[in-house]
Design a protein around this ligand. Sequence first.
Ligand code: GUN
Length: 280
Amino acid sequence: MTASIIDGKAVAATLRARIAERVKALPYTPGLRVVRVGEDPASGVYVRNKDRAAQQAGLDSATIQLPEETSEAALLELVHQLNADPAVDGILVQLPLPKQIRAERVLEAIDPAKDVDGFHAVNAGRLATGQAGLVPCTPKGVMHLLAAAGTAIAGARAVVLGRSNIVGKPMAALLLAADATVTVVHSRTRDLASECRRAEILVAAVGRPEMVKGDWIAEGATVIDVGINRLANGGLVGDVDFAAASQRAAAITPVPGGVGPMTIACLLENTVEAAIARRG
Ligand code: GUN
């Protein structure tokens, strides 16, 4: 079997166009504020891409850049100001933060109604208990990709490789809510390969270049590769050995051009959803 390629760029473009239409129909402009502290170079690229996509979708978007030496108290004060600002619907504090700032303190200070990253414990709890809330962008994007690929989720055996709060755990919760039979596997799992081989849907989110080998993939599986790993030679690869996996999977996401573009599209979607929930 040669897998069909799930085109994240195309799915994201369609979603972004739909979001732009929704924004046009609103009697107000949803506001997004992205906060960046310091000069982490990868963050700079992400933040610029988020800003550009938000503006293209018609959002009122701005990046607030703070110096590397910003104190935790100063960042908390900014978060409180944004919480209180009626024009701001979405707040995203870009990670990683400098070492003098405790990220969990800052994330928990964001008003859950404006938490467009979906990282606040209140939103994580809502997701875990099946209540409406803001859902982390990357796993939300994966659900859009599975829908676009026509993958049946209800009753399917889904394996999530990775247990981070940002991807693995919310991914498992979303698949479970969609009636998959979900297994979460991780670095301490015994015999990862045979666990993965049972998956009809495999979501890899471990951040290890090409760790998932071709013979870990069941014939006909749908493979979603969340990994974005920069190699020493400058190349970009996912968590899955794409060439080998493509010989067995029915459908697979490429890296780049798979999950990556969906994350930003879902940030815009969350901002619009947050605005509608707050303002109607
Ligand atoms: N850094 C890398 N990815 C993300 C993300 O999705 N949200 C935030 N806030 N920071 C990040």
